[in-house]
Write a protein that binds this ligand. Structure first.
Ligand SMILES: *Cc1c(COP(=O)(O)O)cnc(C)c1O
Length: 452
């Protein structure tokens, strides 16, 4: 072992006011390394800003989610929600861990096929599936989750045309005690629409009803809402059993589990209040195993968990551009990370930590991005140690939705790297360049030239 360097003992003044009502501010320990790789080295090699994903965290998070469900219920299948993060390397990590693909558009469906996900392991959700999308999905034996009656009738007529018997489910929306209710997707449970659609499918000789689907909301902080959803899906399952002597193959409880992020306006940090996988698993499996569903024909429990599996694995590294005092006297720090690449800053207060040691002095600071736009605010008010030009910061919990909802605006989108299990970093998406952006543009002949 290398001999440790001698460090002079120091006397450190304890700041009154440093601990807040939740204890010491752990947010301000510097984060110098990600999975053993130095933040400074990553920025030196790949530039700033930079998205970094930890393969280890992704795999471990999925393992703990699986553990929570499989210890409570015998048949569990995860399906990776493509829209949460559809970079191919990310999808393939989850596919290697056994996850199917859950897609909500023709584009995402093609991406899953290109990643070599077998057609019969793709779940096709969403309200807008074109006839050609449906034809392709039916030909590939994918699971089609029907959103509305128009789609049901399209699927029936395409099934006739192709002489196939597609495997379908319906999406069911319901009152789970969380408002506003997500009733724009699928068929409603309480008013009988769902039961009506089920009967239409059961009586059609062109369709095979294989399951029921719900996705009750997003960033759900109530595990009990899932208990209600599972109870209502189980009720429909039992009614199908009774009326048709028929057993559904699966119940899909969708995604929406909260990650460890902190919602804007939340009194407590997300890491302290978000339910755990065990909480969600207990709520869902409890409803299923205690229902009247025939125990000899237990449906597979499918989960389409997105954000809760990847948020923590994602970091956004940035550099300080400048500091200034606003007219109010408030300190402002400008970093090179804009809201265009950090879409989730509109609804989360992302944890932000310096990437180097700092002095003990802290100050309420507003953190701006680099865009020439008033709404480019990363944190409206965060008590930060002083950062200097050239210092670096790590923004946490950015793995979900940022790499799909980001937009090219004013600046170019940066590289995304993944750190593998051995601590080696790989570029999984290159940065944009002027020519990668303009390659899609066309200039009409009469606009080719000008003189100034
Ligand atoms: C978006 C979505 C998911 C994933 O949601 P998360 O909040 O990321 O867990 C799962 N299923 C469906 C149908 C979705 O639309």
């Amino acid at each position: 072992m290398e001999k440790l360097r001698y460090e002079r003992p120091i006397i450190k003044k304890l700041e009154t006011g440093m601990p807040n009502k939740f204890g010491m501010r752990t947010e301000y320990t510097p984060m110098t390394h990600i999975d053993g790789v130095a933040v400074k080295e990553l920025i030196k090699e790949y530039g700033s800003p930079l998205f970094v994903l930890s393969e280890k965290t992704m795999r471990n998070t999925l393992k703990s989610a699986k553990q929570a469900f499989t210890t409570r219920y015998p048949k569990v299948q995860f399906a990776w929600s493509y829209k949460t993060n559809y970079l191919d390397a990310v999808c393939n990590v989850f596919h290697q861990e056994g996850s199917w693909a859950e897609v909500v558009s023709g584009f995402e469906y093609q991406k899953a096929l290109d990643n070599h996900v077998p057609g019969n392991k793709i779940i096709f959700n969403g309200p807008d599936k074109s006839d050609s999308d449906l034809k392709r999905a039916i030909s590939n034996d994918s699971y089609i989750h029907i959103d509305h009656l128009e789609e049901l009738y399209s699927v029936i007529s395409i099934a006739k045309e192709l002489n196939k018997k597609p495997r379908v489910s319906i999406r069911v929306n319901m009152d789970t005690g969380i408002y506003p209710m997500w009733d724009r997707f699928g068929f409603n449970y309480e008013n009988g629409q769902a039961w009506d659609a089920i009967n239409k499918i059961m009586l059609s000789e062109h369709l095979e009803l294989v399951g029921l689907h719900s996705h009750i909301g997003t960033f759900m902080l109530s595990a009990n809402a899932y208990a209600v959803a599972a109870f209502k899906l189980a009720d429909l399952t039992v009614n199908i059993q009774r009326k048709y002597d028929y057993h559904l193959k699966y119940l899909d409880l969708g995604g929406g589990f909260a990650s460890k992020n902190t919602l804007k306006g939340s009194f407590l940090p997300g890491a302290d209040i978000s339910p755990t996988f065990n909480d969600f698993a207990e709520a869902i499996t409890g409803s299923l195993i205690n229902s009247e569903i025939d125990p000899h024909h237990l449906p597979v429990l499918i989960l389409e968990t997105g954000r809760a599996l990847i948020d923590e694995a994602g970091f956004l590294l940035g550099s300080v551009v400048a500091n200034k005092r606003l007219s109010t006297g408030k300190r402002a720090t400008i970093i090179d990370v804009g809201v265009n690449i950090m879409f989730t800053s509109f609804w989360y207060e992302h944890k932000l930590t310096p990437a180097q040691e700092f002095t003990h002095y802290t100050e309420d600071t507003i953190v701006y991005g680099p865009l020439c736009m008033n709404i480019d605010v990363i944190r409206e008010n965060v008590n930060l140690p002083l950062l200097n030009k050239g210092d670096q910061v790590v923004i946490h919990y950015v793995g979900a939705y940022n790499m799909t909802q980001w937009m090219q605006f004013i600046t170019l989108r940066p590289k995304v790297v993944m750190i593998d299990l051995k601590g080696k970093s790989h570029i999984i998406r290159d940065n944009e360049t002027n020519s990668s952006i303009t390659s899609l543009e066309k200039i009409p002949e009469h606009l080719m030239k000008f003189e100034l």
